[in-house]
Design a protein around this ligand. Sequence first.
Ligand SMILES: C[S@@+](CC[C@H](N)C(=O)[O-])C[C@H]1O[C@@H](n2cnc3c(N)ncnc32)[C@H](O)[C@@H]1O
Length: 411
Amino acid sequence: MGSVGETRGPPPFEPPIAVLKSQSAAIQKAIDQYEGAKTKDDKARAVSALSQASTLLSTVSTSPGDTVQRFAFQPVANGAVRVAVGMGLFNQLPIGKCATTEELASKCNSDPEFVQRIAPAVASLGFLQEVSEERYAHTDVSMILCDDTAQASLGQMLDNVGVTMMNLNNYYRKHGYKSPKDVNNTPAVFARGLKDIGYFEWLTQNPELYTVFNKAMAFHSLTGVEGIATSYPWEKLQPGGPDSITVIDVGGGKGHAVSEIIRHHPNIAGHAALQDLENVLADGTLVSPENVKVVPYHFLDEEQPIKGAAAYMFRHCLCDWPDESCIKILKNHIRAMRGYDSRVLFSDLVLSDEGAPASKTLRDINMMQCSGKERSEKQWHAMLDEAGFRVTNIFNRDDPMNSVVEAVLKE
Ligand SMILES: C[S@@+](CC[C@H](N)C(=O)[O-])C[C@H]1O[C@@H](n2cnc3c(N)ncnc32)[C@H](O)[C@@H]1O
């Protein structure tokens, strides 16, 4: 017990100089690499190293108490940004000019007092620039958030996944702290007080949520779907089977990935297919019918109807499912394949066995919402082996969005 009047509390925060110096040297090194980078890939690598080193410097130079406090305030920050998008603050801000609180209030059907609470909050997070008192301009981030699909991506994460994540611990407290495997009782449906319904079935029953989900997936077109088109040697594939198909984007949503592949490899046009659930394809896609055949397909319940394609591609699909379901999906493809001339491609991430960055680890937690998971290389091998396939190559292994695991049928 301390005596009356004694000051209690944590010791003063003094980050070690040696660690600060080494992180600051890592930042300088990444800047030098960026300055000297000759190719687009070298530049991207240098920027990623810079971002990692500056995050580490920020971590070691923030006191543990402040780190916890900052983290605890994350839902509040999310709420402020969500409101800014919802009220149209970013869309109403003119591009290349600034606007006053009063002007924004009038354009957003709000009042200046309210704008003057939301705008400084989102500016303090880097989502707007506070030019002077009560005057705001765009930043690169707010410019992105004017895009419909970017707004959907935020909506999907905050309005949909957010509700699930706030209830994730309640789910595990009830079901046991174990990887979820029950596809009909996922953390997402549990968070809505429902049971015995699959994640995508639940989305189908809530078309407004599924629309936001599909748009959010299309946001990848803005932020990196190019990687799938450039990281895999598409030119080595020859169309085949009765439909003369080179690649099928299975579970491809609105088709932004297959469109990107065709943009980079025009010879694939006319030899590509897009498959997804009927309701997803029914209200239109991003592909042109001359280039891409659109075929509704339920990959868990039906055998693959398009025979002999060179590649059956699953982009960000198998991560939605536990191993048992993935094995079922893959077995539904075996009879359609033209033996070893066909391959299956998985554009998901490959978790590192150790030292995985948050960009990967959090994606794995995100997948818990639908009882899915991200997989490490060992887990990819094991799951594919059980389904009757063997991994032949992994392209772009470190990319959090666009690794490509290639597999063929086992002998
Ligand atoms: C995470 S999204 C990925 C979409 C797209 N491949 C991409 O990269 O953005 C998963 C996709 O799987 C589709 N899907 C879910 N269950 C399916 C099923 N049983 N059969 C076919 N597609 C399904 C969803 O509609 C959704 O488009």
